[in-house]
Design a protein around this ligand. Structure first.
Ligand code: GLU
Length: 318
């Protein structure tokens, strides 16, 4: 039997908050509970928003929490786990998609996109209506003079289905529910969906554990895996951790960032609190990540978002 390979895939655009910690913890527990390994990839595609100092802080935080990895990290192997250094690889696969006739230039501005489409589904995604799908070569040449295009991929009118480790069967018709999506931005930066599918495949990732805000990205990524002939990994999405009022945690909520929490609590207290919040422990108690492994079970984890108590971080037991 092949070994489970999980991954941490932080975007180093700020400090880690508790939601990022929960995600890393569950990805780590799932892989480790199967005797698997973990790869740490740096999702710094957007070099304006990301920086390696944040990444080094994230790595320090993960190690402080006892969340070890076996491969990767910002400084490993000449930075080869950093997406910002993998452009040549993405280019090769992008060229394959072009050869398949699936890529076309899109000149729509953000405002035009919003005007031409209705917010779609509960996640607020916009369905691309195909404005640039059938431009003639003359029209493309004309428009190129005005602005550089993004590159979109033509999606098929068919359902992509998979079984999520936590949320069960999930299906999406790409044409109806997503539309042709951007794989390369107008500034030349490759889009998250393309980079993540290629990297998960080339790095041998077999299990992707991440927040349920990315559940609806999985069909696109699975389809890209299929196009390249890669076996897709298994996906397991987890509920999001929210503030007591249901507000999503963001990297801007400095009060829940780990550097502050590190001054208040031990790693075992934080892991214990998250272990309780995620349903793995019946009662709050300080525990190391290592000792939590045997408690890991997808069935114990709630499906709905997990709220932090109002007076957190003063009180730990959720
Ligand atoms: N880099 C993404 C994030 O930090 C995660 C992407 C993924 O897990 O596929 O939210």
């Amino acid at each position: 039997m092949s070994i489970t390979v999980g991954r941490f895939a932080p975007t180093p655009s700020g400090k880690m908050h508790l939601g990022n910690v929960l995600c890393s913890l569950l990805a780590w527990l799932s892989a480790r509970s199967q005797g698997g390994k973990i790869i740490l990839r740096v999702e710094d595609l957007d070099t304006e928003r990301s920086n390696w100092e944040f990444q080094r802080q994230i790595e320090d935080d993960l190690l402080w929490l006892g969340l070890t990895w076996d491969e990767g990290g910002v400084d490993a192997d000449n930075h080869r786990y950093c997406q910002s250094r993998r452009t040549d690889i993405y280019l090769r696969y992008f060229a394959q998609l072009e050869e398949m006739g699936l890529i076309y230039p899109c000149f729509c501005s953000r405002a035009e996109l919003h005007a031409a489409s209705a917010p779609h589904r509960s996640d607020g995604r916009f369905l691309y209506t195909g404005t640039c799908r059938n431009l003639t070569p003359e029209e493309v040449a004309q428009k190129r003079k005005l602005r550089p295009p993004a590159a979109r991929i033509r999606v098929p009118d068919r359902e992509v289905a998979f079984t999520d480790l936590h949320y069960g069967p999930y299906t999406e018709n790409l044409a109806e529910e997503c539309g042709d999506f951007v794989v390369r931005r107008a500034d030349g930066v490759f889009a998250y969906q393309l980079a993540v599918a290629i990297d998960d495949a080339l790095m041998g990732v077999t299990e992707v554990v991440r927040g349920n805000d990315l559940l609806s990205s999985s069909p696109r990524q699975i389809w890209l895996h299929e196009l390249f002939g890669f076996p897709p990994p298994q996906y397991g999405h987890i509920p999001l951790l929210t503030a007591f009022d249901g507000r999503r945690l963001s990297k801007r909520d400095g009060d829940l960032d780990l550097s502050r929490l590190r001054t208040l609590y031990s790693p075992e207290e934080i892991i214990g609190m998250l272990g309780k919040a995620a349903g793995l422990l019946d009662e709050y108690r300080p525990i190391s990540a290592e000792n939590l492994i045997s408690y890991f079970d997808w069935k114990k984890i709630p499906l709905e978002d997990i709220r932090l108590p109002e007076n957190f971080p003063e009180r730990l037991s959720v």
